[in-house]
Design a protein around this ligand. Structure first.
Ligand code: PGA
Length: 254
C-alpha cells in the first residue's frame, strides 16, 4: 500500500449551518488560506448555499458538494433534491449515508445504495460515509458493521465508477462529541475498509481509493490522524465552520 498512489481530500461538512451571509464570509476568508493547499479541498454545504458556494469557488481550488441527494431522477418526492438537479447546477460532490441521515431520517444501507447509484449516474463524485455506533464498537463488531455498509453501498458500482467514490470512515461516537478516534483506531478501520474494497474489486482499485477519517477532527489532532498510511484526508464538521481551523487541517494534510 502506498499513500502517494491516492489523492488526499479534505472536505468540510457544514451540516445545517450558515445562512447566505455566513457562507459568503466563510468562503471569502478561506480562499486565501487554502489557495496553495496540497490536497483537494471540498465544501459540502446546505442546498440553499450551493449557488453562493458555486459562484464564490469558481476559479479557486475549492470544490463544491451537497450533503445528500435523492435516488430518483424526478417525481413526487416533496422536499427532495435529485442528483441530476445538483449536477445540472455544477455541483461536483455529494455526501451520501452520513450517520445523521441514518440516525434521524431513516436512511438504510439500501437507500444509501440507491442514492449512490443515482449520484454516479448523474456524474457526481460521492463521499460515502460508513461507521459504527458506540454499542457496536463495544460489542467488537465494528468490522462486520463497516464491511456490510461498504459492501451494500457499493453493490452494482463498477471498478471504473469506484474512481468517483471517496469513503469516509466516521465512527458515530466521535461525531460532534469531541471524542476523536485515536490515530491507531482510525488507521485500523480505514485499512480494513481498504481490504474489503480490495476483495470486492482489486488491489489496484483499493490502493487508489481515497479513504477519509471523520469525527471531531481538529487542528490539534489532524496531523497525527492524517499521517497514518490509510487515512487519506478528513470529513470535517464543526471545525469546517471556522476558516482558520479548517485551513489548519488542510495544512496538516501536506
Ligand atoms: P465533526 O463532524 O467534525 O463535527 O465531528 C464530522 C461529520 O459529521 O462529518
Amino acid at each position: 500500500m502506498n499513500k502517494t498512489l491516492r489523492k488526499a481530500i479534505v472536505a468540510g461538512n457544514w451540516k445545517m449551518n450558515n445562512d447566505r451571509n455566513a457562507a459568503k464570509k466563510l468562503i471569502t476568508e478561506l480562499n486565501p488560506l487554502v489557495k496553495d493547499a496540497a490536497c483537494e479541498v471540498v465544501l459540502c454545504v446546505p442546498y440553499t448555499n450551493l449557488e453562493t458556494a458555486l459562484s464564490l469557488c469558481e476559479g479557486t481550488n475549492m470544490h463544491v458538494g451537497a450533503e445528500n441527494c435523492h435516488w430518483a431522477k424526478s417525481g413526487a418526492f416533496t422536499g427532495e433534491i435529485s442528483a441530476e438537479m445538483l449536477a445540472e447546477m455544477g455541483v461536483e460532490y455529494v455526501i451520501i449515508g452520513h450517520s445523521e441521515r441514518r440516525q434521524y431520517f431513516g436512511e438504510t444501507d439500501q437507500t444509501v445504495q440507491a442514492r449512490v447509484r443515482a449520484a454516479l449516474d448523474a456524474g457526481l463524485k460521492v463521499i460515502l460515509c460508513v461507521g459504527e455506533v458506540l454499542e457496536q464498537r463495544e460489542q467488537g463488531i465494528t468490522e462486520e458493521v463497516v464491511a456490510l455498509q461498504t459492501k451494500v453501498a457499493l453493490g452494482g458500482v463498477s471498478e471504473e465508477e469506484l474512481s468517483r467514490i471517496v469513503i469516509a470512515y466516521e465512527p458515530v461516537w466521535a461525531i460532534g462529541t469531541g471524542k476523536t478516534a485515536t490515530a491507531d483506531q482510525a488507521e485500523e478501520v480505514c485499512a480494513f475498509i481498504r481490504s474489503v474494497v480490495a476483495k470486492l474489486y482489486s488491489k489496484a482499485a483499493a490502493d487508489a481509493l481515497t479513504i477519509q477519517y471523520g469525527g471531531s477532527m481538529k487542528p490539534g489532532n489532524a496531523k497525527e490522524l492524517l499521517s497514518k498510511e490509510d487515512v487519506d484526508g478528513g470529513l470535517i464538521g464543526g471545525a469546517a465552520l471556522v476558516a482558520s481551523d479548517f485551513a489548519a487541517i488542510i495544512e496538516a494534510a501536506r
